[in-house]
Every structure is written in structure tokens, then in C-alpha cells.
Design a binder for this molecule. Structure first.
Ligand code: 72W
Ligand code: MG
Length: 214
């Protein structure tokens, strides 16, 4: 049985990236996925927008939905101050296993809590299991049809406070129409579209930044 794409990405990181250097891990994955084989990382172009929003918000507690190989996990964690926490949810054990190693290679494991399991199960447990009061910033990058139900679940669980920010990947490609309609149409959100391109391509895609108004 051959290797999986995430395993090949991990091999590239362990072969080419400087251990303990998060930017080197990010650059290695971008290089690999641009020139060897495409993978669904947020990528360098949208990643720069993600970086700017993480820098602006300076979250103390952040949630990522959909870890995959840990590319955006490492990118975000490298921008966080030492006492900040990034919780990231991944339900595929094989992907979680790869992500743990990518996160460790980058040297950001102290800022990251990788939780294995479906978001629908874990979001209701965030307060009791992880002592979360509310999330300052949420990065949505998992199955596109889960963005809306998980947003509503976070609202219902009281995990969003006035000023909490949702940042959603792929709102154009593959697209998240129901989610977009909700955050753009709801008086409880102030939404803004950041136009960019699908990772490693010239196809249009973008990020939607939505501030929860309470
Ligand atoms: C059950 C809730 C739940 N709970 C916990 N973990 C969950 C989960 N649902 C999913 N996961 C994990 O998240 C990751 C999935 C991410 C899904 N992402 C895209 O599909 C995507 C596609 C393109 C694209 C593909 C092909 C094209 F042609 C164009 C664009 C580009 C992108 O940037 C994309 O993010 C995997 O690790 C899942 O195991
Ligand atoms: Mg994505």
C-alpha cells in the first residue's frame, strides 16, 4: 500500500524543513504543493491574509476546524504569543497523526491542542473539557457543508462573544453558499470578503471574515 498525500508532505517536511523553524515548514509545504503535488492547504496567498488577521486580532484562544496536515495550524501558531492557545479539530486519525508530526517538527506544539474527532461532538464540550469561555478567532477550513451547522452550534454553546471573529476559507472554491448567505444576511454578523486565489492556482477563491455582534 502506497503512502498517502499527507504522508508524502510530512516526508518532504522532515527531509527539507529546518526542525524548530515554523516558517521553514510552511515554505517547504508550499514549495512541495506548488511544484510536486497539489494539496488543500490554505496556501501562501490566502495564508498571508490569514497571517494579517491573526496579527490584528492577537487571539488568546483560537479554534481551527479541519487540521488536515497542520499547515495552517503551524502558520497560525507561529504568529501567536507564548500564552495563547490554538485548538484544532481533526476527525481523520491518519491526518491527525501526520499533523502532530508536522506541528512537532515546526516546534509549535506548546501552543497547539490537536483534538481528534468530529467538530459536532467536540464543540459542545469545549467549555467543560478545555476551559474555553469563548473563542477570539475561529478559522473554518473543514467540510464546506459543516461551516453553517458548526457556526450555529458555536452560537448555541455560547462560544462566540461580541467581537469574536469567524474566518472562513474557500467561500468561492469549492464554495460555501449557505454559510455565506447566513453570515452576510444576519444582523448578528458584520461580514467582509477578502478576494484571493485557490491555493497554488489562478482560480478565484477568498476568505470571508465575519465579526459576531452578539
Ligand atoms: C465532520 C466535521 C469535521 N470534524 C473534524 N474534522 C473534519 C470535519 N470535516 C472535515 N474534517 C477534516 O478537515 C479536512 C477537510 C477539509 C475540507 N477541505 C476541502 O474540501 C477543500 C477543498 C479544496 C478544493 C479541492 C478541489 C478543488 F478542485 C478545488 C478546491 C480547497 C480547500 O482549501 C479545501 O479546504 C480533512 O482533514 C478532514 O478530515
Ligand atoms: Mg481550505
Amino acid at each position: 500500500t502506497g503512502s498517502t498525500r499527507p504522508e508524502r508532505i510530512l516526508a518532504a517536511v522532515q527531509r527539507k524543513a529546518t526542525k524548530g523553524d515554523a516558517r521553514s515548514v510552511v515554505n517547504t509545504i508550499d514549495q512541495y504543493c506548488r511544484y510536486q503535488e497539489w494539496a488543500m492547504n490554505v496556501g501562501d496567498e490566502k495564508g498571508a491574509i490569514l497571517d494579517s488577521i491573526v496579527c490584528e486580532v492577537k487571539p488568546s484562544v483560537m479554534l481551527e476546524l479541519g487540521t488536515y496536515c497542520g499547515y495552517s495550524t503551524v502558520r497560525i501558531a507561529s504568529m501567536l504569543p507564548p500564552n495563547a492557545r490554538l485548538l484544532t479539530l481533526e476527525f481523520n486519525p491518519a491526518y491527525a497523526a501526520v499533523a502532530r508530526q508536522v506541528i512537532a517538527w515546526a516546534g509549535v506544539e506548546d501552543k497547539v491542542v490537536l483534538i481528534e474527532g468530529p467538530s459536532g461532538d467536540w464543540i459542545p464540550k469545549m467549555k467543560e473539557e478545555f476551559g474555553v469561555t469563548s473563542f477570539d478567532l475561529v478559522f473554518l477550513d473543514h467540510w464546506k457543508d459543516r461551516y453553517l451547522p458548526d457556526t450555529k452550534l458555536m452560537e448555541e454553546c455560547g462560544l462566540l462573544r461580541t467581537g469574536s471573529i469567524l474566518l472562513a476559507d474557500n467561500v468561492i472554491c469549492p464554495g460555501t453558499p449557505e454559510y455565506l448567505e447566513y453570515v452576510r444576511g444576519s444582523p448578528r454578523y458584520e461580514s467582509k470578503y477578502f478576494r484571493s486565489h485557490l491555493e497554488y492556482t489562478r482560480v478565484e477563491d477568498g476568505l470571508e471574515k465575519s465579526v459576531f455582534l452578539g
